[in-house]
Structures are given as structure tokens and as C-alpha cells.
Design a binder for this molecule. Structure first.
Ligand code: PDD
Length: 282
């Protein structure tokens, strides 16, 4: 396995970051999770747009142009000989001193890791996941804007811990006003009477690339879609619920907080969207 580290390719054992790196000390940095399907980088432009937007928002200078970053991704995939897998692209503020001031960090560090991906079983896609809502709240844009895909994932990790304690694979986060936001690392959709709903990002959701691809697919398939806030009640009484994410793709949810969703398996619209999604990824 070859890791891209600031323009060089090093082995996993030699891929090391300083203890003074502000990504490590403060979570000061950004990242992307990207899929490779059959040798192609899925939605490369969308991921890089989000990365460069996140960087601009937090005043982080990425030391590579957009084109150089694209080439670095392609070269890392080539070196690792992967046709299908997952890319983790990280840009941290870089090494500085112990103060949190980013002025002390000379140069951002760029790291690209590509790996095989452990995905859900086909059985899980057919039958859906069991999920729960958690007490951990999603921040809304009054604090750190959820559109920034930052290295600060502690809130999401606390959600994951609650999911683990409940014995489920993904949990549902609501915001401080009680509106459903997203999962620990997935966006959420519900379907009611043939209409597909997903929360607008301002309630506290990452503007997911998979989410946007599904919104686009709904348009193409003539499925009515509304981006509007909804509550856990709406989730409980939905006909279908599903999560979307780079790793998860489109995964049905069959039960939430003990309430069986629809028929208790992947519903027809979720199944159709998963099938159509799999057609566009290659
Ligand atoms: N997840 N919400 C959060 C908090 C996320 O971390 C992610 C991405 C998503 C889905 O976004 P996208 O469709 O762009 O992956 C939503 C990790 C990185 C992943 O699934 O790989």
C-alpha cells in the first residue's frame, strides 16, 4: 500500500505525521471520502469542489492546484493498482507549535490513502438496517457550518458510540430544535406517499455528494422530492427510510427506535434508487 504524503509516495509504515500537526492537536483540517468504481473516481469534481470550498471557508491554503490534486489522486490509485475502493483525502493545517494559532503552521499537509472498502452485505441492502435516534445533537450553522467537512468529527464519534451501545450500524441525529439532521456519517431520506424528503443542509447536514446524486436521480426518474425539515415522528410513520453516503451508497432502514418502517424491509423507491445509483457509478 502506497500513501501519498506531500508529493511523495511512502509505505504505510513510513506514512507518519508530526505530533505538532494541528490536524492532530486540534482537528484543524478537512477531508474527503471518495469512491473508486471500476477504476473511475466517482464525482471527483464534486468532491474536490467541496474540499476547496471547505479550505477557503477555514482559510486553509491547499498547496496543490485543483489539477495537481486530481493528478495526485489518479497517481495514488495507479500506484496501488486498485479498480474498486475508497480514497481518504486529508488536508491538515500542518505542523506548528502548541498554540492553536494557524499562523504558526508553515504549510498544509496533503495525505491520500486508498484502500479496499468493507461494505454492507447484499442482505443488508435488501432487508435494511435497524437504527436508533441518539441524544447527541447536530450543530447547525450558528456554530461550525455543517457544509465544512472538517477533521472535527468528535460529535459524529459520540453518535457512533451511542449507535454501538444500541447495537446498530448507523444512528440518527436531530438538531437542537428537534429536526432530523443526518446520521453519524450518512445523509438521511424518508419517503411518504410517493414523495421523497431529505432535510435541507441548514438544519445541520453535510451537503453529501451521494445525497445530491440521489436528488438528481429523483428528478430524472420523475420522483417528487422535497428538501424540507422533518422530525422523528415523520421518520417513524414514513413508508421508507434510507441513508446515503460514499461508503454506504443507498441503504434502507427497516426499524427506527423500535418502530417498524413500512414493510420492514427495503421499500420499492429505495430499491429503485439503489439500482439506478449503481448504474451511474461506473
Ligand atoms: N461520510 N454526513 C456526514 C457527517 C458524513 O461524514 C458523510 C460522509 C455524509 C455523506 O456524504 P457523501 O455522500 O458526500 O459521502 C453525510 C464518509 C466520509 C463516507 O461515507 O465515506
Amino acid at each position: 500500500q502506497w500513501i501519498y504524503l506531500n508529493g511523495e509516495f511512502v509505505t504505510k509504515e513510513n506514512a507518519k505525521v508530526s505530533v505538532f500537526d494541528h490536524g492532530f492537536l486540534y482537528g484543524d483540517g478537512i477531508f474527503e471520502g471518495i469512491r473508486i468504481y471500476d477504476g473511475n473516481i466517482f464525482k471527483c469534481k464534486e468532491h474536490l469542489d467541496r474540499l476547496y470550498d471547505s479550505a477557503k471557508s477555514i482559510m486553509l491554503d491547499i498547496p496543490l492546484t485543483y489539477e495537481e490534486m486530481q493528478e495526485a489522486l489518479v497517481e495514488t490509485i495507479r500506484r496501488n493498482g486498485l479498480r474498486d475502493g475508497y480514497i481518504r483525502l486529508v488536508v491538515s493545517r500542518g505542523p506548528g507549535n502548541l498554540g492553536l494559532d494557524p499562523k504558526r503552521c508553515e504549510r498544509a499537509w496533503v495525505i491520500i490513502i486508498v484502500e479496499q472498502l468493507a461494505i454492507y452485505s447484499e442482505e443488508a441492502y435488501r432487508n435494511g438496517l435497524v437504527s436508533v435516534s441518539v441524544s447527541q445533537r447536530r450543530n447547525i450553522p450558528d456554530a461550525l457550518n455543517p457544509k465544512i467537512k472538517s477533521l472535527n468529527y468528535l460529535n459524529n464519534i459520540l453518535v457512533k458510540i451511542q449507535a454501538n451501545l444500541a447495537g446498530v450500524g448507523e444512528a440518527i441525529m436531530v438538531n437542537s430544535q428537534g429536526y432530523v439532521a443526518e446520521g453519524s456519517s450518512d445523509n438521511i431520506f424518508i419517503v411518504k406517499r410517493g414523495v421523497v424528503y431529505t432535510p435541507p443542509c441548514y438544519v445541520g447536514a453535510l451537503e453529501g455528494i451521494t445525497r445530491n446524486a440521489i436528488i438528481e436521480l429523483c428528478g430524472k426518474l420523475g420522483l417528487p422530492l422535497k428538501e424540507e425539515p422533518f422530525t422523528l415522528h415523520d421518520v417513524y410513520v414514513a413508508d421508507e427510510v434510507f441513508f446515503t453516503g460514499t461508503a454506504a451508497e443507498v441503504i434502507a432502514v427497516r426499524e427506527v427506535d423500535g418502530r417498524v418502517i413500512g414493510e420492514g424491509k427495503a421499500g420499492p423507491i429505495t430499491t429503485q434508487l439503489l439500482q439506478e445509483f449503481r448504474k451511474i457509478v461506473t
